[in-house]
Write a protein of this length. Structure first.
Length: 156
């Protein structure tokens, strides 16, 4: 469901997406609204779910997690009752940065960080070990990061 946003909302989102620590008075100056109006709009955007969260984007290497790993998972059966355990383990695993249910030959795509290959093996054991509904999983290790962002393209 797409939110009903006006040009002021889009402008506020553009500023926050680049740096969500931008002071509201500075946002107000940029978008030509009062600080109080900006504050109300930000609260509405948060309450409506347009702003899904406010987090710091960490540098994986700086925090000792230099490996970025993409894991493609194929299931035997996609029934909710058979995938519930897997989905719960993925949601609980801090090393899983993102997980997507996908179309095509792969049922899920996970983006995982790890300190080293030993930790990666432990992660895969926690996620997939003993789950008879996991047909197979394949791993690709990122050699370099060309772009890391969750920013959305917004209208001008």
């Amino acid at each position: 469901m797409k939110a009903d946003l006006d040009p002021f909302d889009w402008a506020i989102l553009a500023v926050l997406q680049k740096n969500n620590l931008t002071p509201q008075r500075e946002i107000a100056e940029r978008v030509h609204l009062s600080p109080a109006a900006v504050q109300r709009r930000i609260r509405r955007l948060q309450d409506s779910g347009v702003i899904a969260g406010n987090t710091a984007q960490l540098n994986p290497e700086a925090v000792g997690r230099p490996l970025t790993i993409l894991i493609e998972v194929q299931l035997v059966n996609e029934l909710d009752a058979l995938t519930a355990g897997f989905r719960a383990r993925v949601a609980a695993e801090a090393a899983v940065q993102q997980c997507y249910s996908t179309t095509g030959q792969t049922d899920y795509l996970l983006i995982v960080t790890a300190t080293d290959m030993q930790e990666y093996q432990a992660i895969t054991q926690r996620l997939f070990g003993g789950d008879q509904n996991i047909q197979r999983f394949t791993t690709s290790i990122a050699l370099a990061t060309l772009k890391r962002s969750l920013q959305m393209p917004l209208p001008d």
